[in-house]
Design a protein around this ligand. Structure first.
Ligand code: PLP
Length: 640
């Protein structure tokens, strides 16, 4: 566990059990030992057709733990409740979940359900997000907020206003001054008394990667001058009472409470000024930014860590608001936050499998091969070889490497001009590897090929270099002896993970087991499963379809007191080949029909044609990922 820093990023949800497997603690620190869930058992169960009514899920697989989600919401809420009580704050905390972090229907529905006792609401930043938020919140707590952020057109604003008619507490947050006239006009036409919020551009700057939305030049929000113009305009049309919320968002992953306090205090001053100017303010919405400690380092200077706990975050916010409001004699506002990352990150784990590893190179060069090589060398080449040999006798190994390198380069040139054959080229490679290995300069890092698309499942690694904890989910009682990087299925050199938490350029991994080096078709159970943790926010929403690898399979797993300590409450296969083709406007049904027709034209035996058609149908139906494991070889054989 220490090798993978699990004690840093894992608690309170992840630890290693006595079998050496990752254990999920669904209720965080309140989990009792018998309630812990062995992640490997979950993977085995959901991928086994026998225990899933014939529908074993293919990997890659996202395992969701709604109990963890619930625990995150409760923990966030109780952190604020505690701070509010201790500091005698005279209002309450009421969060909203920004659906952009993960719009999956069941994630959003769970949040609305689990958040009911806390009046937890939703935040939407586009029209489809608003549509899903409206329909989910109709089943939520009637006091929950629906915060509408983002750039808006007439339709977006109308939709928000209509939702007020549906008795939702929807707030249109003005991100741009131009939205105001449109909103006033539409509210009159629809006869709805709107509730407005303002997004302020704070002067406080978040300098980390995620902070580019902050500061006066940030993408969103109103400047001080614009805020004053909006207030004046609302006053002039008798709608200043409609302005009830002040919002800011200085960026995700706020690294320290110092920065947080600065931003909240600045926003609280603006809030008090709006009260002074006559707005009927009731909510201070501090946006997102509550961070996750992905590497467990508790650093205040890294993009992937944060230097505070949930409790310290809540305490800092409540204190900053209270101090400013008290000094201005303003009633304490409802504190709203739009925490996304901090709510959904922990509850989803991406599980994927290694399918092979590059073999540690054992240099091979036989004396016959060497002799044959020497016969083909030019004079200079033979000279290099003689110098290499002499340096070896003298024990000057650095010099050996120099001549080996020079010789290899000469041989490549000779191969290119056709004067060396492929066996001779292999012999010089073997000689070079032998020299580097004996000098200890051979690259010890091996490549583990994983049945995954990084572009689909870990897009932030590719896009912004974000690191997540990636570790084996089993064999953690065995010392890993290989340094490896992970290479995915896509035909793209960016499709690899070669940076890991802790600043490592490789990951300590176990040797693959089973026949054939644990490779596909190796049989037995030499399967090696890796998990990417803390990736429940943003990764699924941002993932693309590069090489047409689609969304992984999904399993929803809850704690249960049965023999396994878990129950699979939902199992959804990943996108099929037909599904991903459809996304790019292909028509798999038509494609199948024309391929079948072609088979009938080319092959004139009915039985063969039928079996070809059968195979084609299966290929459309099956996963784009590699089908690994015993049940898959049966499927593939049926295909053939
Ligand atoms: N609110 C707004 C306006 C955002 O832009 C974002 C994301 O950047 C969030 C909330 C969610 O932030 P986080 O995931 O840091 O909680």
């Amino acid at each position: 566990a220490a090798l993978y820093q699990i004690d840093g990023w894992g608690p309170p949800y992840f630890s290693v059990n006595s079998s050496g497997n990752i254990s999920v603690r669904p209720y965080g620190k309140d989990t009792l030992p018998h309630q812990e869930i062995d992640l490997l058992k979950v993977v085995k169960k959901v991928s086994d057709p026998k225990s899933m009514g014939g529908l074993g899920l293919q990997l890659p697989l996202i395992v969701r733990f709604p109990d963890v989600l619930k625990n995150r919401l409760e923990s966030l809420h109780s952190a604020f409740d505690f701070a509010i009580q201790v500091q005698c704050y005279h209002s309450h905390y009421q969060g909203v979940y920004p659906v952009k972090c993960n719009q999956d229907r069941f994630v959003v529905e769970d949040i609305v359900k689990f958040g009911y006792p806390f009046r937890f609401g939703l935040e939407a930043g586009s029209k489809p997000e608003l549509l899903l938020a409206i329909s989910c919140l109709c089943k939520g707590n009637p006091e929950a907020l629906l915060v509408c952020n983002g750039f808006k057109d007439a339709e977006f604003i109308s939709l928000a206003l209509i939702s007020r008619k549906l008795a939702l507490d929807t707030i249109v947050v003005l991100e741009q001054e131009e939205e105001l006239d449109l909103a006033i006009d539409l509210s009159r036409r629809l006869s709805v008394r709107p509730v407005f919020g303002l997004r302020a551009k704070l002067r406080t700057m978040h300098s980390g990667h995620f902070g580019s939305t902050s500061g006066e030049k940030g993408k969103f929000g109103l400047t001080t001058t614009q805020i004053l113009r909006v207030v004046k305009k609302l006053g002039s049309v008798g709608m200043l009472d409609c302005l009830q919320l002040l919002h800011f968002h200085i960026g995700s992953q706020i690294p320290s409470t110092d920065l947080l306090i600065d931003a909240v205090a600045e926003a609280a001053q603006i809030y008090c000024e709006l009260v002074r100017l006559g707005a009927r303010m009731r909510i201070l919405d501090i946006g997102g930014g509550l961070g996750i400690d992905y590497d467990g380092s508790k650093s205040t200077t890294s993009d992937i860590s944060v230097g505070y706990t949930l409790e310290q975050y809540a305490d800092s916010v409540v204190r900053a608001v209270r101090v400013v409001c008290d000094s201005k004699g303003v009633n304490h506002p409802v504190i709203c936050s739009e925490s996304g990352r901090a709510i959904v990150s922990h509850h989803s784990i991406l599980i994927f499998e290694t399918v092979s590893a590059s073999v540690a190179s054992t240099p091979v060069v036989s004396s016959m091969g060497l002799q044959y090589l020497l016969e083909g060398l030019t004079e200079e080449g033979r000279g290099d070889y003689a110098d290499l040999y002499a340096a070896a006798i003298r024990g000057e190994y650095e010099t050996c490497l120099f001549y080996a390198d020079q010789l290899k380069q000469r041989c490549v040139d000779q191969f290119k001009d056709g004067s060396l054959d492929i066996e001779q080229l292999a012999a010089v490679d073997g000689l070079y590897d032998l020299v580097s290995k004996s000098l200890g300069v051979a690259d010890p890092v091996r490549t583990y090929h994983v049945n995954l698309s990084i572009f689909t499942s870990i897009p932030d690694f590719w896009g912004i270099g974000q690191l997540f904890p990636i570790i084996p989910i089993h064999r953690l009682d065995q010392r890993p002896v290989v340094r490896g990087i992970l290479s995915d299925l896509t035909c793209d050199s960016d499709g690899k993970i070669d940076k890991f938490i802790g600043g490592n350029l490789s990951l300590l991994l176990h040797e693959l087991e089973g026949e054939n080096g644990g490779r596909i078709g190796g049989g037995g159970d030499g399967r090696y499963y890796l998990g990417m943790f803390l990736g429940g926010a943003y990764e699924e929403a941002l993932g693309g379809l590069h090489n047409l690898f689609g969304r992984p399979s999904l399993a929803r797993v809850t704690q249960s007191d049965g023999p396994y300590s878990f129950a699979v409450t939902r199992a959804v296969p990943g996108l099929s080949c037909a599904d991903v083709l459809r996304v790019m406007q292909h028509e798999p049904e038509l494609m199948f029909q024309s391929l079948k027709h072609r088979a009938e034209e080319c092959v004139h035996e009915e039985e063969v044609t039928a079996s070809l058609a059968n195979g084609l149908a299966r290929s459309f139906h099956n996963t784009p990922y590699l089908m690994v494991g015993p049940s898959c070889s049966v499927a593939a054989a049926n295909n053939a």
